[in-house]
Design a protein around this ligand. Structure first.
Ligand SMILES: O=P(O)(O)O[C@@H]1C[C@H](O)[C@@H](CO)O1
Ligand code: GUN
Length: 324
């Protein structure tokens, strides 16, 4: 390659070295290789060999919200349930957070074939973002076309109350601003294209259906629509951070979902996401309250019946419009 020279005095600046991209990503920054498409196909085939259900809708249960998939009430909600603990799935991460049980539950909600993640993976557990989202790609490979992601979040919008449900209409990818994105690295076109739009990430029709359903269930007063952001955690936010996020239009703050939605959209899944507001964000220095995980789990328990009913009916309505 020709050396690059200074256009004024002609002196040599540097001689570029011809480079080619590595065929496989050597390291994901955590000392591990990203899983190939083939490895994810192996995981998907493993799951398909273990269960008879062929789900078209995938549900990710947020902190505390997976508890209703447990014994007793699971049988009432997900019928024909077939459970696979994460540790039994080759190459699958394991859940390390209280309130995330660590199981895939295949079965039916209102007769519709679903797979539910009873426990998700968070960046703060030490998993790189691509690994946090690995189950979303696996869902895609087993036939899931619609993703319903739920999360627990702090309410930053001053009109939100503890126990409210916020339909996500958008997100701000704070971790992306800092250069961290689940799509970093070589792109495998078998999942999706290199560059993807995100302006329609949260399906408009699903959001309208969810608002209409809230009216039918008489929970309209609990249901909001807003913008979520994910910070990596595990610490909750400082007062200054929260005030900055409020200024840029964030309504709820959490530690997940954004990267899962990016991966779901990359492989052309339709997305609906719901935040349970588990605490009010502390935005003044004279406030005594402090965010804590126990409160998050308690509010999850408090709202579990409503959430179960709402999500179950949403599954049925989405399946109806999609002809699943
Ligand atoms: O899995 P989600 O996003 O619901 O969990 C939130 C964020 C942290 O993991 C935890 C904090 O209490 O709840
Ligand atoms: N980052 C963050 N995550 C949460 N999850 C539940 N509440 C909160 C919160 O206030 N902040």
């Amino acid at each position: 390659m020709a050396p690059i020279t200074d256009s004024v005095n002609g002196s040599k600046i540097y001689t570029p070295v011809k480079q080619s991209l590595p065929e496989v990503d050597p390291d994901d920054g955590y000392g591990a290789k990203r899983y190939s498409y083939e490895t994810l196909v192996e995981i998907a085939n493993f799951l398909l060999s273990r269960v008879s259900i062929r789900p078209c809708i995938g549900v990710i249960c947020g902190s505390g919200m997976g508890s209703y998939w447990k014994q007793g009430s699971l049988a009432e909600t997900i019928t024909d349930a077939e459970c696979i603990p994460y540790e039994d799935i080759p190459n699958f991460p394991v859940s390390t957070v209280e309130g995330h049980h660590g199981k895939l539950v295949f079965g039916r909600l209102d007769g519709i074939p679903v797979v539910a993640m009873q426990g998700r993976f968070h960046y703060y557990e030490g998993y790189p973002l691509w690994k946090c989202c690995l189950p979303v790609r696996v869902m895609k490979l087993i036939g899931v076309k619609t993703l319903i992601a739920t999360n627990a979040a702090g309410g930053l919008n001053p009109n939100y109350k503890i126990g409210d449900l916020m339909i996500m209409k958008d997100h701000i990818n704070m971790m992306g601003f800092a250069g961290n994105n689940p799509l970093l690295g070589p792109n495998d076109e078998r999942f999706g294209p290199r560059f993807i739009p995100m302006n329609k990430a949260y399906n408009y029709e699903y959001r309208q259906i969810a608002k209409q359903l809230a009216k039918e269930l008489n929970i309209e007063n609990l249901v909001r629509e807003g913008v979520y952001t994910c910070l990596g955690g595990p610490n909750f936010e400082t007062v200054a951070e929260l005030n900055m996020l409020k200024m840029v239009g964030v309504d709820a703050v959490g530690m997940s979902t954004v990267h899962e939605v990016i991966i779901a959209r990359h492989c052309d899944m339709k997305v609906f996401a719901l935040s349970l507001i588990t605490n009010e964000c502390v935005t003044r220095y004279d406030q005594d309250d402090e965010a804590n995980h126990e409160e998050v789990l308690d509010v999850g328990r408090m709202r579990q019946d409503i959430l179960r009913k709402y999500v179950t009916r949403l599954v049925a309505k989405f399946a109806e419009v999609e002809n699943y």
